[in-house]
Design a protein around this ligand. Sequence first.
Ligand code: GLN
Length: 288
Amino acid sequence: MIGFSLQKTKRHFTEELSVKFPQREAEQLMRILLEDLFGIDLKRQLMEPNLRIDEFQYAQLKAAVERLLAGEPVQYVTGMARFGDLLIKVSPSVLIPRPETDELVQKICTTLPKEASIRIWDIGTGSGCIAIALAKHFVNAEVYAFDVSEAALEVARENAERNNAKVQFICDDVLHPKSEIFIQPVDLVVSNPPYVCDGERTAMEANVLDWEPETALFVPDDDPLRFYRQIFALAKKQLNSDGQVWFEINERMGVGMLELCHEMGFSKAEVLEDFAGKTRFVKTWTAE
Ligand code: GLN
């Protein structure tokens, strides 16, 4: 018979992966490769052990496993990541969406009615995941998503198209903003800007450090809140009277962020924890 059985293929590559990864992680990586490279979902993986993997697919798996063994994140290997129930294309020009960022979106979605006619800015959109998820949820929203990287925006535009979301993507540097949109009113400002301090590099996992885009991650040690300060300055002028600003933050910056909120005139501010109990989000709002 041509090709290899799914079962044998799985066993072979899981064994190769287990040189670097714990057994369970190796199995999970194999599951992701089969699903995201070939569309063989978990149910079929379990129910159809005799499914044939052809030679071309086998070679693709071999190359993917080599990349995983070299430390590349599986989402870059497959080119895909999950964000809530969205499938998001990723490339090394964008950060891989994190579960805490999905949590941020979920929290925002509970604060306003689905039908609210609001204008949203997502600053530093990367893969577009936040903007797209919000555009899908708030059906009447006008969503603008900004990034300094044209390469990231290319990925983001493709993601909006694939997920059938209406988002306007704009290339601009929020530290030196030029877009006309920034001088128009807004109701909801969201950002997951770079927030990892240069000095924290040593504590980071190699698969983040070696593969993910630096400009999306790092801020100088002497000014770690620079993006938040700038976003507050823009929001302060344009935010409507019942507007909100939401941020994802570095878990070590909760106190500093609250100070910044007050300093920038956003006295109604709250720090929220993520699912792991880490100080991860800041919400500020203007209504009484
Ligand atoms: N949460 C990401 C990480 O820990 C950082 C994201 C960011 O800098 N905005 O790698």
